[in-house]
Design a binder for this molecule. Structure first.
Ligand code: PXL
Length: 277
């Protein structure tokens, strides 16, 4: 990785709601990494819990933006994708990874499309199929259990054992993902963790499970993971740091009923910086 690496992150702007770009930019900046953005869509709020939100799909702006970057010779040291606006957009994003990756660049794909056994509003089977194609290009894929099941065609259940998780991980590698960072994997009451599988073998980092899970923690996790990875941490260390930071964010938010729409990640950014030191 270069001395001063630059990440491109592609995900939506939810104007209000503490997710996607409004999380990725501050979190990756706190990791000390320059971040360029390609907004996939602009929404007045995120789609989980608000109703009547606006949605401006930016799919058709993508080819011209990519062409301009190519003309300027702009490339990135990592490309990190999150919530995407349309099936067609996923094809454009695959093309951007092909054309805008610098030498030694890594791709980090958060297939942000589902949680708690269900697709987010507006997504369908065609979107899942297209997302499989994007995950095939992933140096790192970061699904939760619901997304991992959709991507592998394995039935979703929360009552599972290690063999079930191993089968899903094998399915994700079979899609083409080089490293799997599988979040929210729990083998014991009151505990959860992240399973890392890839070039360095398989490891599992277990940490406490907090019942007040908040919206947007997947984006906090993926952003902290990407920032730590590009800072030079190993995948296992980046996965652990991202987990510890996400736990801090959930604890910081606990008890604030007005803050149902996201996690209060800002006051604990200092802890993330300390974890990276
Ligand atoms: O946090 C994932 C996410 C990102 N962006 C939008 C969302 C969601 C989850 O619901 O609605 C717009």
């Amino acid at each position: 990785m270069k001395k001063y690496p630059k990440i491109l992150t592609i995900q939506d702007i939810s104007c209000v709601g503490q997710c996607s770009l409004t999380v990725a930019l501050p979190v990756i900046s706190a990791c000390g990494i320059e971040t360029a953005v390609l907004p996939s869509a602009v929404l007045s709020t995120h789609t989980a819990g608000f109703s009547g939100y606006t949605f401006r799909d930016l799919t058709d702006d993508m080819p011209a933006i990519c062409d301009h970057w190519q003309k300027e010779g702009i490339t990135f040291d990592a490309i990190y994708t999150g919530y995407l606006g349309s099936t067609k957009q996923i094809d454009y994003v695959c093309n951007i990874i092909d054309t805008c990756s610098g030498a030694g660049s890594v791709s980090v794909i958060d297939p942000a499309m589902a949680d708690h056994g269900k697709l987010y509003p507006g997504f369908d089977a065609a979107f899942v199929e297209a997302m499989k194609g994007l995950c095939a290009k992933a140096d790192y894929v970061l699904p939760n259990l619901t997304e991992a099941c959709l991507l592998t065609g394995i039935e979703y259940t929360t009552d599972y054992d290690r063999a079930y998780i191993d089968r899903i991980v094998a399915g994700l590698h079979a899609l083409g993902a080089k490293n799997v960072i599988f979040t929210g994997v729990s083998f014991a009451e009151g505990r959860t963790g992240v399973l890392v599988s890839g070039a360095d073998g398989v490891s599992y980092y277990e940490h406490e499970f907090l019942p007040n899970s908040c919206h947007g923690t997947g984006d906090i996790y993926s952003s902290a993971f990407t920032g730590a990875l590009v800072r030079g941490k190993s995948a296992a260390d980046a996965a652990r740091i991202a987990a510890d930071y996400t736990v801090e964010c959930i604890k910081e938010t606990a008890g604030d009923k007005d803050h149902w729409y996201g996690a209060r990640f800002e006051p604990v950014l200092g802890k993330l910086i300390e974890m990276l030191a």
